[in-house]
Design a binder for this molecule. Sequence first.
Ligand code: 13P
Length: 286
Amino acid sequence: MLVSTLSLLRTAAEAGYAIGAFNVYNLEAARAVVAASEANRSPAILQILPRAFELGGAPLVKLCLAAARDSSVPISVHLDHSRSPDDIKAVLSAGLSSVMADGSHLSYHDNVAFTQAMADIVHKQGAVIEGELGQLTGTEYVLPVSEYEESLTDPDQASDFVAKTGIDALAVCIGNVHGRYPKEPRLDFDRLAAIRSAVAVPLVLHGASGLNESSVRRSIQLGISKFNVNTELRQAYLDALRESLHSSPSADLPDLMQEAVACMSKVVSMKLHLFGSVGKAGILTT
Ligand code: 13P
């Protein structure tokens, strides 16, 4: 069933688990997420990145919405990392009710102005919005200390940001990065605890590929309700295609599609267990 992102996140926060938000680019990926969620009786989020929206357009949005509606578990559909007011308006018209307006590359002042303007548009349509404060530019291992510290979410600023923009969920930067981690990440949990005390909205952690179990568990305890997963799912898709073609070069397209869905489903399943959402499909408390 198609549900609201906010209701998924609030329910998860109350019950002490988190929702996996998986970046999908096509039907196979959407099927993999839904199949794994159904098999595990878990809620989940299908997310569309701007590049995927550029390639798939409104048909990709509608495909994800249909997959969510047909599912036997609660699923929401979300536009991830959008810097484009036009894209945000286009996905709202295509039926989406959850978007991330990403102004994190802007100065604080401009991030507030952009996110607030997008929140006005989104809320007028009865939809919900995630904003981001801080920058996922790199880990403590690759950036000079001062630059690294500056890229992290400041708890006091977070309180001001949420109040001024009216966002429904906040993506935080606490040492997490997109893509592969060069070394085991050391997330700044004291900072996360301070952000949790400063704001009331659900918190989101991007860059969940490669996070170990103890980091995920601690993040959930300290208030993360949504983890974004892209790299590991894409890798599973690409590996499935490469390995299938290597082992049987004459494999036909439906066989490749089936193998890709099976491999991506395994990754989604593993993440749902990690996030603690397995068996939580029946309970939406908010
Ligand atoms: P990963 O690619 O590290 O999984 O991050 C995904 C993400 O945060 C998308 O918004």
